[in-house]
Design a protein around this ligand. Structure first.
Ligand code: LLP
Length: 426
């Protein structure tokens, strides 16, 4: 068990979280290396080892640092970046360039050039101007690169509207209109600078149902057929994106096989009927690898009882280190780490310290009787917490500790006030 209770204290990957809070200071992001590794093994067993010519590109946006890049590299993962910054981090970590792919709906020429000059594995084209920018960078660097096109499959998925990305009206992907998409594909097939490699979609995030993937796949395979008919071209790769759900409170995370087996069956059937070898298949999981591998440790400060209404307990972080409750009404749960076994006598609202009424981390949580100085742990904060952190109210961004089998080390230092103002000029 990654999370367990011993001597009334919360342990995470063998480490006493109260000791971690004392040793490294709070607020503190804590990641379990064992949990990350076990997700990667599940992906290997249920996908890469089971089906030949498949790859999993971890979506760096969920959580990405130099040390995270190293873990993913050792686990045989690829990485999906969406900005020059994520790409730069992967390159600085020495991540194998062939295993980096680049997504994003508005890549700048400089970002594209960084990708091209470093010979990364693939660029996923997301709009009509991009191909010519890639060609220009390839010409300048005297090289070629593999490209895929991200399509907008026009399917909705059952999740928060801010994180559904597959609907027809989307800033992502290329609309599925023959007159729009086919000429772009033809240009890529004819280009001497790019190798037109395949098609990509991403239908949304935090999904527990495989239907939207299967519907999007029908749309994608329809396009595969048209490309074959119009240009006699067989694509080499299909990328079905990420979006596999994680458990925050009591939603049941589905095994990867629940999504991937029917996806693979549909793709294999199509190619068997077409009498053509199946292309590579790629997935881009982010949240499902990082979310449950992370917890957040805070120290409880002010406790305020509004008679007859509620009790607020304030922690020394909040929406600056985890924007998800304020932005998506995301729900979390947690526990007082130093009273992990004590009876839950109090119902509280856990709030952050930012000057914003929406800075509430958890509503109506039953916990042991809280006191200032307690260590409060929030569970499943590993995805889109650190990566979406901000300096609002000039709160420094907390550091990150990595834990494994009872050992711990910092992998990102706490930001200091000096770090925070170091770019400011008088
Ligand atoms: N691939 C593409 C092209 C994506 O746009 C995304 C996520 C992923 C992969 C990874 O999806 P995942 O496996 O993590 O669900 N900040 C939001 C999530 C935004 C996701 C955007 N795209 C949140 O905190 O819920």
């Amino acid at each position: 068990m990654i999370r367990e209770i011993k001597n009334d204290k919360l342990y995470f990957d063998g480490c006493d979280t109260v000791e971690l809070a004392e040793k490294y200071g709070t607020p503190l992001y804590v990641y379990s290396e064992s949990d990350i590794v076990s997700r990667c093994s599940e992906i290997r067993e249920s996908f890469m080892d089971k089906y030949p010519r498949t790859r999993a590109a971890y979506a760096a946006k969920a959580f990405f640092t130099l040390a995270m890049a190293d873990i993913l590299n050792k686990e045989g993962m690829c990485v999906d970046v969406v900005s020059g910054g994520e790409l730069y981090t992967a390159l600085k970590a020495g991540f194998p360039v062939e295993r980096i792919e680049f997504n994003g709906n508005n890549k700048s020429y400089d970002e594209i050039k960084l990708a091209v000059e470093n010979h990364i594995g693939r660029i996923i084209i997301d709009g009509p101007q991009e191909l010519s920018l890639i060609e220009q960078a390839c010409r300048e660097c005297n090289t070629t690169i593999k490209v895929l096109f991200r399509i907008t499959p026009g399917v909705m998925s059952a999740t928060h509207k801010y994180i559904t990305t597959g609907g027809k009206d989307s800033k992502f992907g290329i609309p599925m209109d023959d007159e729009v998409i086919l000429p772009q594909i033809k240009a890529a097939i004819d280009s001497k600078y790019v190798e037109f490699y395949g098609l990509h979609f991403h239908v949304g995030s935090q999904l527990f149902d495989n239907q939207s993937y299967l519907m999007a796949l029908d749309v994608l395979l329809g396009l595969v057929k048209k490309i074959k008919k119009a240009y006699g071209y067989d694509i080499k790769e299909i990328n079905v994106g990420g979006g596999f759900g994680a458990t925050y409170i009591n939603e049941e995370r589905k095994p990867y096989s629940y999504f991937l087996d029917p996806i693979m069956e549909k793709i294999e059937d199509y190619y068997k009927n077409a009498g053509v070898e199946r292309p590579n298949v790629v997935i881009e999981p982010g949240r499902s690898i990082a979310a449950e591998a992370g917890i957040m440790l805070y120290t409880v400060g002010s406790i305020k009882e509004i008679p007859g209404i509620k009790t607020y307990i304030s922690v020394n972080g909040g929406m600056t280190d985890n924007i998800r409750p304020a932005l998506y009404q995301a729900e979390y749960t947690g526990v007082i780490a130093n009273k992990a076994n004590e009876p839950k006598t109090d119902t509280v609202t856990v709030c952050g310290k930012c000057c914003e009424s929406g800075d509430i981390l958890i509503n109506n949580l039953e916990i042991a009787h809280p006191q200032a100085g307690d260590t409060f742990a929030v569970f499943a904060t590993g995805a889109y917490g650190y990566s979406m952190a901000s300096n609002y109210n000039k709160n420094p961004i907390p550091g990150v500790a990595l834990v494994k089998d009872g050992k711990s080390r910092m992998i990102v230092e706490h930001q200091t006030y000096d770090n925070m103002i170091s770019r400011e000029l008088k």
